[in-house]
Design a protein around this ligand. Sequence first.
Ligand code: 5AD
Ligand code: FES
Length: 349
Amino acid sequence: MKELIQKLETTQTLSFDEWIALINGRTEALSEFLFERARFVSTQHYGHDIFVRGLIEFTNYCRNDCYYCGIRRSNANVRRYRLTKEEILSCCRTGYELGFRTFVLQGGEDAWYTDEKMADIISSIKAIYPDCAITLSIGEKSVVSYELFYKYGADRYLLRHETCNALHYASLHPAPLSAANRQQCLRELRRIGYQVGSGFMVGSPGQTAAHLAEDMLFLKELNPHMVGIGPFIPHHDTPFAQELPGTLELTLFMLGLLRLMLPTTLLPSTTALGTIAPDGRELGILAGANVVMPNLSPVANRKDYSLYDNKICTGDEAAECRKCLEKRMERIGYRIVTARGDSLVGSPK
Ligand code: 5AD
Ligand code: FES
């Protein structure tokens, strides 16, 4: 197994069968070896710098009904909210003062924010903060919309592919969502010129090592600027309430593998990772991640953006996620930097 990790580090790729063998053959000792190599590769490219992105969860209305997600359309127990442009700009102001140079606008697929409204929000942020990058994470849209947002100043787009396998995808997402359309959106975003982020949940219901192997091969081919992964965590008001969560151990292992496969990609140590273990985000960095995304949403709305149960950073004490993360990173020998934090992955071929 150690040889497979060495092969992965040298060639940055493995076959379908090799991925499965490695994922199924993992042990504690193998993980330690992997993390050591992943840290080496990560620090070669990014040193001990950790990039930060200010996450603004601006709407929890969503037209979709994904079986795993707490803000799915059918969940009548969610108190729905939308932030106004002024509220979003106020989050950006706070964030800029705290040293954020990337703002991530994340939300459900909410038609209330028409293309015109989004374009206005994007261009207003860009006008005030020309030195900042804007990342959108608002789901599947038409190519025309993606092009419009890009024209108005959006730089990056996060859209996790969730799972590459079409059948597995269909077991997590009711129609009309499909794996094919998801992947098509990612290719279009890349073609338009966005820096794109994809990714998946670890331990989603029905996921096998073969699915994860497919995810790795898909990501190798897509070569995204960023890959966001985190454990699946059940939400009590969803059809998956009784399912088991993904494990810390497998999530960290997948992070290490991703770092060796895509040495320069940006890898966030996610909030979900910090939710399943108190030091999850620190362990993510020590497994090869190099990005953290503190919450910048108004504290009053945070509890209502619950994609899964027990999400951290939703209480009053979490008004200062930026400082909290700074201390956490310092404790393990890393430092948060004030920079746009662009990916070293090249633009589209
Ligand atoms: N557990 C973990 N991650 C989740 N996401 C949505 N619901 C859950 C959950 N229950 C992830 C999805 C989505 C991202 C914004 O959050 O992968 O792309
Ligand atoms: Fe939000 Fe620690 S990062 S409270």
